[in-house]
Design a protein around this ligand. Sequence first.
Ligand SMILES: [Zn+2]
Length: 89
Amino acid sequence: MYVETELSVCVDCMQLIANDETPPDWTGEQTDKWLEQIANYFGPDQSGVSLGDSAKDDEFSIYACDFCGSTLAGERFHCIELKTEKIDL
Ligand SMILES: [Zn+2]
């Protein structure tokens, strides 16, 4: 069974989710650290994240990105996280 969680992500994470692109102006070290933060957040049970409802995007938010934890204020994009839930039968 899948469980859907709504996420609000920053523009960098949106590019990663939508196009599998990392910010081009970052060093390899910055990019690796960022990807590691995302991997730590999800852990091994992560099934996938996709873009959600663009009507729920925020033009400006001061809240941290739910994906990488960035506290830079700015646009946030609505995404859906699908997680596999273990069920005891
Ligand atoms: Zn982010």
